[in-house]
Write a protein that binds this ligand. Sequence first.
Ligand code: DO4
Ligand code: MG
Length: 289
Amino acid sequence: MKLAKIRISGGSLGIAIVEEDHLQLLDMTQLEEYHCLYDILVAKDPVNLSKFLVNTKESSLSFDEVEFLAPVDQQEIWAAGVTYKRSQIARMEESDTGASHYDKVYSADRPELFLKATPNRVSGPGQSVRVRYDSNWSVPEPELALMVSADLRLVGYTIGNDMSARDIEGENPLYLPQAKVYNQCCALGPAVLIPEEPLCGKDVKIELSINRENQEVFKGETSLDQMARTHKNLISWLGRENDFSHGAILLTGTGVIPPDEFSLKNGDIVSISIEGIGTLVNPVVKDAG
Ligand code: DO4
Ligand code: MG
């Protein structure tokens, strides 16, 4: 089952089951302990709970009646890095001084984990992501995102874009927070998949396509079985000495990086697809600076 946070034309917010060609709106007033998407995802049986909450009288909505929103409530968004060989190689090439750090972290026991965004820095489907005005080499990073409960259970999957300024990150590894965390640095959505079985290690495709003036200027793909770490391992490291009272969202790293001569431009359109979840599309904005 897939769930989405939506805005219905007229302005009201809701949560809906995403079906093949329509949505079914949940009536959250039926049970008083469920207020937001997170409350449903962490419930004992989110699938049957969602079916129970379907408002049968006025549940069916067409896709063009609604705006999909980022599936975030109050969670912090964290990210793992250098979890795919492609990312290790690209990072080593972009950094003169930091190459050995990226090499070591790929095979170390402890993963690279960093705070990627707070909910106010996240864009939903169709909303702009930003390239920093002080970066001349920025790329999107298409990543599977794990929805994690306060008690560190993996409760769903969504699509994430870990926007990254490669020139800032490459100049000095200590600049990583500036390369990664800024306004509209992350996109999430369009839906959360509650899977029948875990996706970790599966041959599930992640595809990135970048369009400029109606022409595809980059296309690349990887699959989840190319990841060097398990989702369980990343979550257990994230939870060490860290409480997430509202849960967390954890991006799992990129295995697709455009060639070094490529940088995003103002007006580009980034599309990220993950089999079984959907496609996250965001226009890019870069101010003149
Ligand atoms: O080490 C820098 C960030 C790595 C990253 O974001 C990734 O591999 O996806
Ligand atoms: Mg990344």
